[in-house]
Design a protein around this ligand. Structure first.
Ligand code: ADP
Ligand code: MG
Length: 243
C-alpha cells in the first residue's frame, strides 16, 4: 500500500503554545480519514500543515512520497495537488461560479481556456450546480457555494482533498447536499482528510477515524471501533457530547 500522506513526528509551536505534539499519521492512497476532536485540539493546524499553509516546527510531511517544498514553483504545484475546502467558502465574489472553477486551471495550471471552462462545467455538473454556472457567489445558497468551492478545488486535479469543517457554516438543511458530494468523491477513490463534527458522515464514508486532543492523536481506528469502543477517557468524553 502506498502512503499518499505521511506525517512523521510533527511538532508545531505558535510562540509558547505547543499546538501539534509529535503527530504521526499515514493516509493511504484512496483512504478517507475523518479527524475529530474538541475545539482547539489542533485539527485545523494539522490540515494546514499538510498543504503548507503552515510550516511545521519539526518533523516531516510528505505528499505522494515527496517532502513539502519550501517555496516557489514547487509550492504552487503542491497547492494544486492538495486541494482544500474550508468552513468559509472563499469564492471570488466578483467572478461567476464557472470563472471561480476555471481560473485556477487557466492561470496556475496553464490550461487552454476553452478546455478549462468545459472541464469546469463538467465539475459543476458533478457537484449538481451546473445550472448556477453563470451566477455570482452571493446569488447562491451556502450549500451551493460550498459545492462550487469543492468543484474549484477538484479543477486542479488534486491527489488529495482536505476538508476543514466544510459544513459548519451551513444552515442544517444544506449540510447533506455537501456531504453527499463528499461521499461521492470518497466512493470515486479520492484520498481525503476530513475534519468534521458530522458523525453520520464519519460512519458512512470514513475508512478511519482519528481523534485529536491537545495537539495529539489520541486514537485512530475504524469508525466502528471508535464509535462503539473508544479506549481513552478523552475520546469517550468527547463522544458523549457529540453523539
Ligand atoms: P481546532 O481546529 O482543533 O479547533 P486549531 O488547529 O485551530 O484547533 O488550533 C489549535 C491551537 O492552536 C489553539 O489553541 C489555537 O488557539 C492555536 N492557534 C491556531 N492558529 C494559531 C495562530 N496562527 N497563532 C497562534 N495560535 C494559533
Ligand atoms: Mg478548526
Amino acid at each position: 500500500m502506498t502512503a499518499m500522506i505521511e506525517v512523521t513526528a510533527v511538532n508545531k509551536h505558535f510562540g509558547d503554545a505547543h499546538v501539534l505534539r509529535d503527530v504521526n499519521l499515514e493516509v493511504a492512497a484512496g483512504e478517507v480519514v475523518v479527524v475529530v476532536g474538541p475545539s482547539g485540539s489542533g485539527k485545523s493546524t494539522l490540515c494546514r500543515c499538510l498543504n503548507r499553509l503552515e510550516t511545521v516546527t519539526s518533523g516531516e510531511v510528505r505528499i505522494d512520497g515527496r517532502p513539502l517544498p519550501r517555496e516557489g514553483r514547487e509550492l504552487a504545484r503542491l497547492r494544486s495537488e492538495v486541494g482544500m475546502v474550508f468552513q468559509s467558502f472563499n469564492l471570488f465574489g466578483h467572478r461567476t461560479i464557472l470563472d471561480n472553477v476555471a481560473l485556477g486551471p487557466i492561470h496556475v495550471g496553464k490550461r487552454d481556456k476553452a478546455r478549462a471552462r468545459a472541464d469546469g462545467l463538467e465539475l459543476l455538473e458533478r457537484v449538481g450546480i451546473a445550472d448556477q454556472a453563470g451566477k455570482y457567489p452571493a446569488q447562491l445558497s451556502g450549500g451551493q457555494q460550498q459545492r462550487a468551492a469543492i468543484a474549484r478545488a477538484l479543477a486542479m486535479r488534486p491527489k488529495v482533498m482536505l476538508f476543514d469543517e466544510p459544513t459548519s457554516a451551513l444552515d442544517p438543511e444544506m449540510v447533506s447536499e455537501v456531504l453527499d458530494v463528499m461521499v461521492g468523491l470518497a466512493a470515486d477513490g479520492m484520498t481525503m482528510v476530513v475534519v468534521t463534527h458530522e458523525m453520520g458522515f464519519a460512519r458512512r464514508a470514513a475508512d478511519r477515524v482519528v481523534f485529536m486532543d491537545s495537539g495529539q492523536i489520541v486514537e485512530s481506528g475504524s469508525p466502528d471501533e471508535f464509535f462503539t469502543d473508544a479506549r481513552s477517557e478523552r475520546a469517550r468524553t468527547f463522544l458523549a457530547k457529540v453523539l
